[in-house]
Ligand binder design. Structure first.
Ligand code: SF4
Ligand code: FE
Length: 485
């Protein structure tokens, strides 16, 4: 496994073609806007190196038996699925940000079982190729960016009917050596923290859409790949002097629009090419794993937000008020309900044909449906407890100013024994998590990440087995005998 320093060095060797604020940027590892998100991924290496977290952060590879980072692991049991969620909660607690590495973990697990079935049914060596790729990932402890979401243009039109056919990523040419890809992937979490990109189709394709039924992996920074950095609310605070106003001084997340402009992919790295019938299971399983993931990461970030709200109450001298205590209890109740869903869909999982374990899809979708709601309520309660000062607070530069700093120190003090700076720090953290840069990961991503709410409702409808429930009701109502099936 890599050390944190080795990870940083390995990233420095990748030649990313990145644009931000209309300029090409280099040196991404040390770029002040990007570095906090890289720090969050570094945590996945540091904790794997720490014996007290080894049971969560590491696993024995199902491929080699060697000890590997869990983020590169194929889940071998329901216990593995549960440990995954606990690992994500831990990392959420330690970073209060999106630590990005889960998308690749969810992608490798989904691609593994689907390519196994593809090779078993059609005899094409997709699964053997994928396993060789995965061995490379495990042996070198790499970060994989899982890339699913296409831009999708006019949502009323199928991929092949779009005015611009590139709005869904597609194969534009096949050669004896490989395939040529054109298109883009949007909202790519951790694109600049990753060594490899694993691309999957964005939805279930049909027989007219075989060019869009493609799955492959390429190294980050490959010729033909361009990264356009996504803005976040208050993001330029990371460029300011001082650390208070950023809210979270060390960690963050990032997303990019990743453009594939006639990218060549050798056959050895192609894991699906035209077999559209397998796109549905791939999308469903990847989405299911990532919906499970939110029952871990959002809960860990929620722990920090609840802690920050409780501190704000202490610093305001309001902690004794019964309505504050009740609001904190409500926040904990909501947060733990999400965790319960993450654990439930893991414990009820089962093996796929490849031996890789899959979560219970109905419960994973219920988990994510709750995630589209509860973090909003937790954030609302945190804002309620924090008070309006979290959005009217002067800057750190004013606080440090030789003339006016003393006014801030004097008039923005809460309880006498707490330094004003501590109050400022905790309010900025709540701002960061609820409406600032980290709100991407805690709020809007809770809504749209791993699929928007309607996507889960479709899956819940599909998995609900209403006919079986109707039968239960017929028996109880005396319409049907229990014995008849
Ligand atoms: Fe991991 Fe959560 Fe970020 Fe997804 S949103 S990559 S599950 S931390
Ligand atoms: Fe996500």
């Amino acid at each position: 496994m890599l050390t944190a320093d080795q990870y940083l060095e390995s990233l420095r060797r990748i030649n990313f073609n990145v644009y931000m604020f209309g300029r090409k940027v280099g040196g991404i590892v040390d770029h002040p806007m990007i570095r906090p998100s890289i720090n969050a991924v570094v945590k996945s290496y540091e904790l794997a190196d720490d014996p007290q977290y080894a049971d969560l952060l590491t696993a024995d590879s199902g491929l080699t038996g060697k000890k590997i980072n869990r983020f590169t692991h194929l889940h071998q049991s329901t216990d593995d699925l549960i440990r995954k969620v606990k690992m994500q909660r831990l990392l959420g607690q330690k970073t209060a940000a999106c630590f990005q590495r889960c998308v690749g973990m969810d992608a490798i697990n989904a691609v593994d079982s689907v390519t196994f079935e593809l090779e078993r049914d059609l005899g094409i060596e997709y699964h053997r190729r994928f396993r060789r790729f995965l061995l490379h990932v495990q042996e070198n402890d790499l970060v994989v960016e899982g890339a699913m979401t296409d831009p999708r243009g006019d949502r009323s039109l199928r991929p092949s009917k779009q005015v611009d056919p590139d709005l869904y990523l597609r194969v534009v040419r096949k050669t004896a050596d490989g395939i040529v890809i054109r298109g883009a992937k949007a909202h790519q979490t951790g694109a600049l923290s990753a060594h490899e990109i694993l691309v999957m189709p964005t939805l279930t394709m049909n027989e007219e859409e075989t060019d869009y039924a493609v799955c492959f992996a390429v190294p980050s920074g490959s010729e033909g790949v361009t990264y356009i950095y996504g803005r976040q609310s208050s993001d330029t605070r990371k460029l300011e002097d001082g650390v208070i106003d950023a809210g979270n001084c060390r960690y963050g997340g990032h997303e990019c629009l990743v453009v594939f402009d006639d990218l060549f992919v050798p056959w050895e790295r192609v894991f699906m090419c035209g077999e559209y019938r397998y796109t549905g299971p791939l999308v469903e399983r990847f989405a299911g794993y990532h919906r499970q993931s939110y029952g871990g990461c959002k809960v860990g970030v929620g722990d920090v937000l609840i802690g920050a709200a409780a501190l704000a109450a202490d610093y305001n001298g309001a902690a004794g008020a019964s309505h504050i205590k009740d609001k904190l209890i409500e926040m904990v109740h909501l947060n733990e309900t999400l965790f319960a869903c993450g654990i439930a869909c893991s414990s009820q999982g089962g093996s796929t044909a490849s031996g890789t374990y899959l979560i219970d899809l109905l419960l994973a979708n219920v988990c994510k449906q709750n995630v589209t709601r509860f973090p909003y309520e937790i954030a609302r309660l945190a804002e309620d407890i924090a008070g309006g000062l979290m959005v009217t607070l002067p800057s750190e530069q004013d606080y440090r100013h030789p003339v006016i700093g003393k006014y801030i120190e004097k008039y923005l003090k809460g309880t006498a024994e707490i330094p004003t700076e501590h109050r400022m720090r905790v309010l900025r953290l709540i701002e960061n998590l609820t409406i600032g840069a980290a709100a991407v990961g805690y709020r809007t991503e809770s809504m749209h990440g791993a699929g928007s709410p309607q996507a889960q409702r479709i899956m819940i409808g599909r998995q609900a087995d209403l006919s079986q429930k109707k039968k239960l009701a017929r028996v109880i109502a005396g319409i049907e005998e229990e014995s008849s099936s």
